[in-house]
Write a new protein. Structure first.
Length: 167
């Protein structure tokens, strides 16, 4: 009799309340699947409202007393809002990819974090302390280096290269 590796051990089915057999892991997988779908739907609603809000903001900016003239703080606010929407769409893509492939793509997550930190730097105010600026710098360098390592691993490894060429 051969033993199965640990990764292939089956969870025994247990008798349910009404006499039928049920699989706890199957229920958890279904719950996780439904939860991801609900998260995707909520994120779609938030992104839809955000895009409408950005369009409204741009329309109001261009139809004020001085059309086609935006102050520097208004431009920075618009860029920050735009990057926030971009982060939302990247997050939607990440959740969708996980739901479809059950794979967390670290490269996309690192890119998402870089965009989010870049947004924070664009919206930074003059009262930011030196320690916060150093922290942002270290964070950007770490995320950039991690992204670089993932890209290098993808191009040098045949496994990563094969999956990259299929996309």
């Amino acid at each position: 009799m051969t033993e199965k590796p640990e990764s292939q051990v089956e969870v025994p089915l247990k008798k349910g309340f009404f006499g039928e057999k049920w699989d706890l892991v199957g229920y958890i997988d279904r719950f996780e699947h439904v939860a991801y779908i609900v998260l995707i739907l909520f994120l779609i609603v938030v992104l839809l409202f955000s895009v409408v809000e950005l369009a409204t903001l741009l329309f109001r900016s261009y139809t004020n007393e001085f059309p086609y003239h935006l102050e520097s703080h208004e431009i920075i606010d618009i860029f920050g809002f735009f990057l926030l929407i971009l982060v939302g769409f990247e997050l939607l893509g990440t959740i969708k990819a996980y739901l479809h492939d059950r794979i967390v793509r670290v490269e996309v997550v690192l890119l998402l974090a870089l965009i989010a930190v870049s947004r924070e730097l664009i919206l930074i105010d003059r009262l930011t302390s030196v320690s916060q600026l150093i922290g942002y710098g270290v964070l950007i360098i770490a995320l950039g280096f991690g992204y670089y390592l993932i890209r290098c691993a993808r191009t040098s490894s045949p496994l990563f290269h094969r999956s990259h060429s299929e996309e």
